[in-house]
Design a protein around this ligand. Structure first.
Ligand code: ZN
Length: 119
């Protein structure tokens, strides 16, 4: 899986792992993400395709028609969501639910500079 990442992404993961170890955390949290963003001088556009890859295997996801996902997603998701994407590698389906909303909010916070404005 790691071979699919760019060199910059591999470096970011290594920085995050080192920071998590230094902070005695067994996860990569907001502090590590902030360190990566500042350390690598990353610019994050919350409106870009930041959720275009599978969170499990990093494969690019593909749009899939709603009628194709009915038997793979919970009924309340099928009835309330219109757009779905699919990872062909691990057969996982994604939609813009509460997890997506929380991640978007977190990314927007991380991409704000100290003055509270987008860089
Ligand atoms: Zn996948």
């Amino acid at each position: 899986m790691f071979k699919r990442y760019t060199e910059k992404a591999k470096k970011a993961i290594m920085i995050a792992q080192e920071e998590a170890i230094n902070l005695n955390h067994d996860y990569i949290g907001t502090e590590q993400l902030t360190g990566i963003i500042k350390g690598l001088k990353l610019k994050i556009d919350p409106n870009s395709k930041i959720f275009s890859r599978c969170t499990l295997c990093n494969t690019l996801t593909k749009d899939i028609a709603k009628k194709e996902v009915k038997k793979y997603v919970p009924p309340h998701v099928f009835s309330t969501k219109t757009r779905f994407v699919y990872c062909a590698s691990c057969k996982k389906y994604y939609w813009r639910g509460t997890h997506w909303q929380k991640m978007t909010q977190k990314i927007q916070k991380l991409s704000l500079n100290e003055s509270g404005k987008h860089p």
